[in-house]
Ligand binder design. Structure first.
Ligand SMILES: [Zn+2]
Ligand SMILES: [Zn+2]
Length: 345
């Protein structure tokens, strides 16, 4: 079968690899669609997760891809909850199941947390092996494309759920890439009234407006924070940091109101400085969340019932053979792209 095998920095190759053999507790999935994520770009661009993972023991070369949907084609003898033919989305977290966080159910905080696709063979391939507990069955009215968006949607949905946001609140979303856009949709679904989207790209901002931003602001605007203050009568209730840069975290901290909150979803390539004095003066807080836990069923329901309409986040669909030039390189250079889905069959 064909797979996009990651060898190291700027080295992703389409290769012919053998179809993986199922082992105990596993399910083999024929992949339909797989999304390219910012963390895949991080792996490709600067070598995020080059070390062998403590649970899987795997390090590159391996197949990338952790946002995918597909059909079950084989189940191990001891897998009882799933059947061949089911349409599924995958929750790709790898965790030890033994540490303090895992035993409390906080599996996204496992001290050894990893991802299928970043720490073992993932979904940019015709077939992938996953563990029984990673599999979520899709209702008939959720498409495979939407299935591939459930993982990134879960990131945003979980951060919004964990934030202080209440219905009627105002929010600012820094960064209108896929996670920013999905955070916008989740905040809107949670009842945010004013939704201010900030980005450097006018195309991304237009997309944010289409998806429900009530105001779009260019991050290069020198009066950005003053404008947010005016629009919200003294600051937003929650600022979501979905960009991961010094300027955006600085503006997020400056934009929250007294008693407000900065929720960080982005990963940062470099350490940043934060003006704690501003947070102290406003008695506002800053927090962050990694990935998600226990929200896939809710996210699937939200999509199935039309409360989250995630399809517009897809800006391009490509074939696996074109993943480097048309996918990874395009996402790095063309900021109007949001989610690119890869056809894996
Ligand atoms: Zn991702
Ligand atoms: Zn653990």
């Amino acid at each position: 079968m064909k797979a996009a095998v990651w060898h190291g920095i700027k080295d992703l190759r389409i290769e012919e690899v053998s179809i993986p053999e199922i082992s105990s507790g596993q399910v083999k999935v024929k992949v339909e669609w797989a999304g390219i994520c910012g963390s895949d770009l991080g792996a490709y661009s600067y070598g995020l997760s080059l070390e062998a993972h403590p649970i899987t023991g795997q390090k590159p070369p391996h197949t990338l891809g952790h946002e995918f949907s597909g059909t079950i084609v084989e189940v191990a003898d001891n897998v009882t909850s799933l059947q061949v033919g089911q349409r599924v989305a995958i929750e790709p977290l790898i965790y030890c199941r033994e540490c303090d966080a895992c035993t409390r159910g906080y599996y996204n905080q496992c001290s050894q947390v990893g991802f299928v696709g970043l720490h073992r063979d993932g979904g940019f391939a015709e077939f992938v092996l996953v563990d029984e507990h990673m599999v979520h069955v899709l209702p008939e009215n959720v498409s495979f494309e939407e299935g591939a968006l459930i993982e990134p949607t879960a990131v945003s949905f979980y951060a919004v759920k964990e934030s202080k946001l209440k219905a009627g609140n105002s929010v600012a979303i820094f960064g209108a890439g896929p996670i920013g856009l999905l955070t916008l949709l989740s905040a809107k679904a949670a009842g945010a009234s004013k939704i201010i989207a900030v980005d450097l790209s006018e195309e991304r901002l237009e997309k944010a407006r289409d998806l429900g931003a009530t105001t779009i602001l260019n991050g290069a605007n020198e009066n950005l924070v003053e404008e947010i203050m005016e629009l919200t009568n003294g600051g937003v209730d929650v600022a979501y940091e979905c960009a991961g840069a010094q300027a955006t975290i600085t503006n997020a901290v400056a934009s929250v109101k007294q008693g407000g909150q900065v929720m960080v979803l982005a990963t940062f390539a470099k350490p940043v400085s934060i003006e704690l004095g501003q947070l102290m003066f406003k008695a506002s807080d800053i927090t962050s969340r990694l990935a998600y836990r226990h929200v896939f069923p809710e996210v699937i329901d939200m999509i199935s019932t039309g409360k989250l309409v995630v399809n517009p986040v897809i800006t391009k669909k490509i074939n696996l053979e074109d993943i480097v030039a048309e996918g990874f390189e395009q996402l790095i250079h063309d900021k109007k792209q949001a989610k690119i889905l890869v056809r894996c069959i």
